[in-house]
Design a protein around this ligand. Sequence first.
Ligand code: FES
Length: 315
Amino acid sequence: MNKSGCLVNKGVFSAAVGANKQIGPRFWRLGLDFEGTAAKVFAGSQPGQFVEIDISQTALPSTEDIPEDLVDVADRKILLRRPFSFCDITVSGDKTSVEILYCVLGPASLRMTTLSKGNSVSIIGPLGNGFYIPDGKKTALLVTGGMGAGPLLHLAKVLKTNHPDIEVIAFVGAKTSAELPFEDLPAKIGTESGPWLAEFNQYQIESIVTTDDGSAGNKDFVTGSLARHLDKSAAGNDTIIYSCGPEAMLAKVAEIANENNIDCQVSMERRMACGIGLCQSCAVECKADEPGETLYKMCCKDGPVFDSKEVIFSL
Ligand code: FES
């Protein structure tokens, strides 16, 4: 039985679309509502877990709403479900609502933009392992790159709700300010830590923003901000880093965590066909117990969250 008192811990469920809101040029937040057994199951899901959504029956937007770079691929058939993690979960009575942050990158996410309140979608989940919060931690550093912000927003809420004594700081990176996947960005984002991002600030969490081109916050990679912060602070065993974003960024975060002797968990991304460990399409190379030996773990079943020390990053 999981912590929500439910005997089932995952399954195929029907979700009702509660909202589908565009929050940026390519960024949307999709709200899904669950009732009955599904509501109990999703109430117990962890930050970093994910769902597989069936978008095969969802319509394309009208021609004028298809971005130019997707015109050639827009009408490809969607055969496989698509994986998405949650950026928020709200439990209200016997109803559970989850929110998914997504970016319009291809034919499946393009179709998702046409979902509207009351539509029904088929979901498999919650899948995989989420972020783990060990005992004894006093500081959590959340390091996100681009769309990696989604599961770390959910983690931020859980940390602030269930572990209010842990100080949390968010390090948020993107290529440009337009690629920060947040709503209502302030016109000017400073280079220091501040209440820049409302989605973190709602949990009283300050953020340090970096962009590759300096159009918001620091002109740097997010790992540069993280390294500078750790140079100035006395982080140690009571600090933990949680990270989600491009693999090259995760590899650098893992290196910084190692150099500073700080625990670090990374959420890996792979193409996922089945989501339940059957198709072997989502392998992540990991260190084996024998020195120098490696083994492959399945991102969908053994992850997507891994201890950074066990992953062999492919760069
Ligand atoms: Fe099929 Fe992971 S997605 S094994």
